[in-house]
Design a protein around this ligand. Structure first.
Ligand code: GLV
Ligand code: MN
Ligand code: MN
Length: 437
């Protein structure tokens, strides 16, 4: 029954939430022991679900269940297990655990819960779920979706989409550790990362279940929605350099304070977002050197995360904020170095997969399936360059996310389990009918 399968998913999310690199907060960065531990647990669950597992050189974990014949293109289901700092337990794990659940249900290696047919599916549908599919199923954990540690996001799905650039090996984290070293810590091979690219013929499509991270479903009183798009995203760094100096002896009008330039610019970023018709712009990280109470800041490094559904609008906003940083720096006698790390285009999801997912939600919940745009970024964005992508949003309490208070009800997890079952059945039927034509 989907409720028993949902209870297992809830218990597993709790187990994963205990794996953190910080005491009292859930944080799992790329390359950390906590992330390796979470991947090892997920790999164990995949094997118990009857999947053949492998890791690629960036650290993506892939569990595969063959279809009617070995080597068929795969429907990939999954998400990520890396987190933001002081994260909740559902952003990422929900999609991973639903993917493992789905593979277990299809392989028959799953659990006793699967032997008990759900009320809406009926015994014949339950037996049918264990019949081989006209495609392979892959349960996937992408290695680094959040981009917490290095100035880049979607590392794992970029590799799948063939967008790996070996120059990124030299990127460093806040402690000066290179991405190359972190790849080795993940058990990967920096020289072979590019080999993880998936040939488009290997994939039938991607489907990720994810918490909504907003309140639209809660307000509508509905558990599930189909995602239509992801807005485009830019990530940049502005490094302001002034002159460190004595806080007691340097006159106020003789200072070249890098932090004040960064602060004035951050307020300009806010103003741009407020004026920008759907533009969201965030300075989420600011580091100050030398960082002493009695020293005027000599260097301030500020991050920018900027998103908009229209790519031309987003590009124009980035250019104008770069120019604003230059103007503020000049007016304060400091310099600024500007670096752009990410330029992810807005993504439209596959109409075919949206249609099938919508039908699955409507049949299993008995309610309409709202179509929602995603404000958050997801691995579907880079993946859309190489395969058809889709996402299922699941209601979360108060829309709270990137916060330890993230919460999803067991009933809504059960609704997602049933909808994914039905989606895979519908896709199998559609593929069989194409093959007959
Ligand atoms: C990922 O969660 C993002 O949208 O930044
Ligand atoms: Mn996230
Ligand atoms: Mn996520």
């Amino acid at each position: 029954m989907s409720s028993e399968r949902a209870a297992l998913i809830v218990a597993r999310a709790e187990e994963l939430a205990g794996l953190s690199e910080e005491v009292g907060a859930l944080t799992r960065r790329y390359g950390s022991q906590a992330l390796l531990d979470a991947l090892a647990l997920a790999e164990r669950w995949m094997r118990e679900a009857g999947l053949a597992t492998r890791r690629d050189a960036i650290g993506n974990l892939i569990g595969r269940l063959e279809g009617e014949r070995p080597g068929l293109p795969a429907l990939a289901l999954g998400s990520h297990l890396d987190t933001v700092r002081d994260a909740g337990r559902w952003d990422g794990p929900l999609g991973v655990l639903l993917a493992i659940d789905q593979a277990a249900a299809r392989s028959g290696a799953g659990d006793s819960a699967d032997a008990c047919p759900s009320a809406d599916a009926g015994p014949s549908a339950d037996a049918g779920r264990r019949r081989a599919l006209p495609f392979a199923l892959e349960a996937v954990v992408f290695a680094d979706e959040e981009g917490l540690r290095f100035p880049t996001a979607y590392l794992g799905s970029h590799v799948w989409a063939g967008r790996w650039d070996a120059a990124e090996l030299a990127l460093t984290d806040a402690d000066g550790v290179t991405l190359e070293a972190a790849i080795r810590a993940m058990g990967g091979d920096p020289a072979r990362v590019g080999e993880g690219a998936r040939n488009p013929g290997e994939l039938l499509g991607w489907c990720e279940a994810h918490i909504e991270q907003g309140t639209r479903l809660e307000r509508a009183g509905l558990p599930l929605a189909v995602v239509t798009t992801i807005q485009g995203q830019s990530r940049c760094t502005a490094t302001f350099r002034g002159q460190a100096g004595h806080a007691g002896t340097t006159a106020m009008d003789a200072r070249r304070d890098a932090l004040l330039a960064a602060a004035e610019w951050a307020l300009g970023v806010e103003a741009k977002g407020l004026a920008g018709d759907g533009l969201v712009a965030t300075v989420g990280r600011l580091s100050v050197e030398p960082g002493a109470v009695n020293v005027i800041p000599g260097v301030a490094v500020a991050s920018l995360d900027l998103r908009h559904p229209d790519d031309a609008t987003r590009h124009a906003a980035v250019a104008s904020l770069a120019a604003l940083a230059q103007a503020i720096a000049a007016s304060r006698g400091v310099t600024v170095d500007w670096a752009q790390h990410t330029d992810n285009a807005a993504v439209a999801f596959s109409p075919r997969l949206q249609e099938l997912l919508g039908q699955a939600v409507e049949e299993t919940t008995g309610s309409a399936a709202p179509r929602l745009a995603s404000g958050a970024g997801h691995d579907a964005a880079p993946l859309s360059r190489s395969t058809d992508v889709s996402m299922l949003f699941v209601r979360c309490k108060g829309g709270i996310s990137h916060n330890p208070a993230e919460s999803v009800s067991g009933d809504d997890v059960a609704a997602a389990v049933a909808a994914v079952d039905r989606f895979v059945d519908l896709l199998a039927a559609a593929e069989r009918s194409i093959a007959r034509e």
